[in-house]
Each structure stands twice: as structure tokens, then as C-alpha cells.
Design a protein around this ligand. Structure first.
Ligand code: ADP
Length: 243
């Protein structure tokens, strides 16, 4: 249901993505691994056009965008199908947890306020923040803020949730609570693509693992295969360095 064909991206002379091909089936949880600077975040950001790819075709749920001739409307439609969970949470500082989750429902989905409120309360309860509806981001821990970020993404009911290193800004003791929430929603069959350095988590939760290096996919497969029987030398080296 998601297909990336020949996605390429350069920043000036630096070619960061070198013709990426990737297919993600509905309900799949894909973990993207690889050394720092290999293009993982850029790939994720290209998928919802936070970065404009130089070339390639993005297809989500039968809607295709040819990056060489994408119109504003194409980009708008593509973005409607995705939601992003950011490293730095990116919450509105002057809005409460509840207002942060409601925002997308009111503005993007144009859902009436009372209904938006009801959905948002349910989602905040789901991520374990039923007691923090009226708290502002500054009154929440990093783990709690990220869980608001996840509730906000869920509220949009997207075809796919994109997680960009969702735990990398967190103190180690707060990582577990965020991974637990992602684990829980993964079980509900929501399609997810996760850039992560959490190898144990990737091994447990992902149904498919992609290893990137230098702007290309080096190897991909089932977590068991890729972690226990990597085929490519670069994958072996990467795994031996981090384990
Ligand atoms: P990863 O997520 O694997 O660490 P990134 O996608 O963040 O890698 O970055 C890949 C490369 O692209 C790096 O060399 C980085 O410096 C470069 N890059 C990323 N974003 C930008 C940008 N906005 N402008 C210029 N170069 C960038």
C-alpha cells in the first residue's frame, strides 16, 4: 500500500538518497536502521514531502505523486495520508495536551469541537495520559510529551505513521514508556515506519527491517533474518558495532 520508486534527494552536491525502492504492506511495522548520516530521516521526510525529493514516485494507498511534477494539491493529499512523530515532539507550547491532540482534528479534519474533544480524550487515555489533559508541554516529562505526539498522530487516522527517532531525545529512563505505547499501537495493525536506534525494540516490534547506508538500502528482510543472519558485509559490521 506504500511504494517508493527511485526516490532521490540531494542537498547541493551531496546526494543523500540514491534511488530508493521500498514497498510497505498495510499493517506492517517497518524499522529503518543504519549509521548516522545514511539518509534515514531524509527518506522519512521525503515520504510526506517535508523534504522535496528530486526524483521518484511516492504511492500511498493508490495515490501516486511523481516528484518531478507534483502539484500543491498532490502534496496536500499525500500529507493527509501520513502523520509524523518527531524527535523533538514539536508540540504547540501554548496549548494543553488535549488542545495539541484536538488541533489536527479541528483544522485538518474539520471535525466539530465536541467530537474532536471526545476522540482526543480517548486517545490521551490510550497513551496513558488521561490525567494530564490540561497540562502544558512544559509541565510534562519528555516521555509524556512524546506520548502526546503519538496521540496527535493517531488522531489524524493516517494511512501510515512515520516515527523519526521517537526516543532519541529522551533520558534513558523515559525511553521504555514511549516504546511501550508504540508497541501497543503496532499490535492494532496501524502501518508504521520507524527510524530508530533501539535495536531490541526493532527486533521485537518490526515486521520488516531495512538497513540503509550512504543513501541506499543495503539489505532488508524479516527482523530474525537481518539481525541473526545478515547477508551483506556492511550490515554485519553495523550490527557488530552496536551490539
Ligand atoms: P540519518 O537520519 O541517517 O542520520 P539524515 O537523513 O539526517 O541521516 O542525513 C543524511 C545526510 O543529509 C547527512 O549528510 C546530512 O548532513 C544531510 N542533510 C540532511 N538534511 C539536510 C539539510 N536540510 N541540508 C543539507 N544537508 C542535509
Amino acid at each position: 500500500m506504500i511504494r517508493l520508486a527511485n526516490i532521490s534527494k540531494s542537498f547541493g552536491r551531496n546526494q543523500v538518497l540514491k534511488g530508493i525502492h521500498l514497498t510497505v504492506k498495510k499493517g506492517e511495522v517497518v524499522a529503518i536502521l543504519g549509521p548516522s548520516g545514511s539518509g534515514k530521516t531524509t527518506l522519512l521526510r521525503c515520504l510526506n514531502y517535508l523534504e522535496k525529493p528530486n526524483d521518484g514516485v511516492i504511492t500511498i494507498d493508490n495515490f501516486s505523486v511523481d516528484c518531478k511534477k507534483a502539484s500543491k494539491n498532490d502534496i496536500h493529499q499525500l500529507r493527509q495520508k501520513t502523520a509524523m512523530v518527531f524527535q523533538q515532539y514539536n508540540l504547540f507550547r501554548h496549548k494543553t495536551a488535549l488542545e495539541n491532540v484536538m488541533e489536527g482534528l479541528l483544522i485538518v479534519k474539520k471535525i466539530p469541537k465536541e467530537e474532536a474533544r471526545k476522540i482526543s480524550v480517548e486517545l490521551l487515555e490510550k497513551v496513558g495520559l488521561g490525567e494530564k489533559l490540561d497540562a502544558y508541554p512544559s509541565q510534562l516529562s519528555g516521555g509524556q510529551q512524546q506520548r502526546v505526539g503519538i496521540a496527535r498522530a493517531l488522531a489524524l487516522n493516517p494511512e501510515v505513521i512515520l516515527f523519526d527517532e521517537p526516543t532519541s531525545a529522551l533520558d534513558p529512563e523515559l525511553v521504555g514508556e514511549v516504546l511501550a505505547v508504540i508497541r501497543k499501537i503496532a499490535k492494532e495493525g496501524i502501518t508504521m515506519i520507524i527510524v530508530t536506534h533501539e535495536m531490541t525494540f526493532a527486533q521485537d516490534v518490526a515486521s520488516h527491517v531495512v538497513f540503509m547506508d550512504e543513501g541506499a538500502i543495503v539489505e532488508e528482510g524479516k527482523p530474525n533474518e537481518l539481525f541473526n543472519r545478515p547477508k551483506e558485509e556492511r550490515t554485519k559490521q553495523f550490527l557488530s558495532r552496536i551490539r
